[in-house]
Design a protein around this ligand. Sequence first.
Ligand SMILES: C[S@@+](CC[C@H](N)C(=O)[O-])C[C@H]1O[C@@H](n2cnc3c(N)ncnc32)[C@H](O)[C@@H]1O
Length: 262
Amino acid sequence: MTDQPAADATTRPNVARMYDYFLGGSHNFAADRAAAERVLEIFPETGMAAQTNRHFLRRAVRYAAAQGVRQFLDIGAGLPTQGTVHEVVRTVAPDARVVYVDYDEVAVTYARELLTDVPGTAVVQGDLRRPDDLLAHPDVRGTLDLDRPVAVLLLAVLHFVSDADDPWAAVARLRDATVPGSHLVLSHLTLDGIPPELAERGQAIYRNSSAPLVPRTHAETLRFFTGYDLVEPGLVETTRWRPDGDSELVDSHGYAGVGVRR
Ligand SMILES: C[S@@+](CC[C@H](N)C(=O)[O-])C[C@H]1O[C@@H](n2cnc3c(N)ncnc32)[C@H](O)[C@@H]1O
């Protein structure tokens, strides 16, 4: 990455760019790479877990499209990587509309560059913790018809929102803004089964980054699906959600599920 953003952007590890590094991308700075390498020392499988999460995105987006969903709201979309939502969904539904949301300026800037000539898509700078502002954004309203089903994608983002910010209330607000038949596609980090001292070392790295790392239990993650009917196989370890052969069988440290709004 050669651009010169504000000094803080280059000195403070940023969770969007650390994830880009885990995925083998080049949109990251030395501070991001150093922090990501410290995570990899503790959890060497993190890169594979990130890939596994992207594979779940592909399977779940295709699933929602197969159910007839043609609108996608990808919140915490991150830096543009291969296999973005519109690329995946338009192989089966060329008319699908996609709004990408992230609160990170660098992620939004790059996504806008990538998508500038892609009709039916929009990139919005918005914060999951302020769902009403996000839903009222003119580019969200101009791209999506909230009177028709929408798939709300919350992949690997809720674990950057602390309990104090009540992410369950934010997800419920998004649910209430959508009509029955809408989908919730969600993946979430867990450190269930990980020795507490390792979990603490991992979380300590993120304490100096742009967002805290908040792993959650299965029960805590399941609560996000209140008001949704989970499709089979329910909320499961990420690799176990409808594997189609392209998913690596690794410990993803994640739960994943898809729900349909009642
Ligand atoms: C680990 S990346 C996940 C990217 C993508 N969703 C995926 O699963 O591959 C997390 C992204 O969430 C974004 N993010 C974190 N907290 C957010 C918030 N409160 N509102 C919007 N985006 C947020 C970060 O900037 C980052 O780009």
